[in-house]
Design a protein around this ligand. Sequence first.
Ligand code: NAD
Length: 246
Amino acid sequence: MAVERPPVALVTGSAGEIGDHLVRHLLARGWIVLGVDRRERQSGAPDALVFRRCDLEDANEAETVLGELAALHGCADVLVNCAGRIASAPLVTRTSGGWTAHDFGLWRDVLGGCLTTAFHASVITARNMLAARRRGVIINISSVCARGNAGQAAYSAAKAGLDGLTRAMAKELGPLGIRAVGLAPGYFDTRSTRDALSPEKLARVAGAVPLKRLGALPELARAIDFVIDNPYVNGTIVEVDGGLVL
Ligand SMILES: NC(=O)c1ccc[n+]([C@@H]2O[C@H](COP(=O)([O-])OP(=O)(O)OC[C@H]3O[C@@H](n4cnc5c(N)ncnc54)[C@H](O)[C@@H]3O)[C@@H](O)[C@H]2O)c1
């Protein structure tokens, strides 16, 4: 009798703070967890994590690395697109000589890190799921900034693009048995949030949340569980933000 293997999750951006938390959470659920990131794995990352370095902006590299992982450990049942590039920069800045425009290289980096990575990983994983005759779910880590945040135009555009990708995938892949869902965190208590915002701005942001605090990573993991475990959730963007966007 064939023994059913544990479910497999693939987490992109697994060397980041949120990715690392989600990896540990899914391992604790008894899953096989595969992680990819452009950087080296987190120091102290769990031994059970199967990790490969991969720049997901490079389609060929993504094909090779994700293909090897699927061949060795099985096709993912869940893909969590957590890779991202958080950046803040005004569209134009007044300087002594006049006005300076947003750095166009930064625009490309943010679009690449947040959106192109998710496109490549999603297309390759969906193809692998279908070839393996498995159903699955693709979870895109978006942001409340997708609604448009002053001072974060590139990041806002990238996350809004990711939400569009989520909805298109939900419609196109749903009939084939693959769901796509976005998770839009508000401001979580992470290193990248603290790097992006001054302590004063952070205090103002926390004060603007109806719950009067930043999010904690286990609260995001609980949202991941909800999306994975409810087979009728598809195409929506789940806001996990303490009511910030109301
Ligand atoms: N921290 C927050 O409060 C917050 C809020 C809303 C949304 N998010 C989103 O959650 C995700 C994770 O955020 P985080 O705080 O852990 O950030 P992080 O910077 O710690 O992690 C992001 C990871 O993505 C990886 N990455 C970037 N480009 C890549 C590429 N081309 N190929 C492979 N890996 C690549 C980075 O190397 C990094 O390890 C991001 O998508 C971010 O936009 C975070």
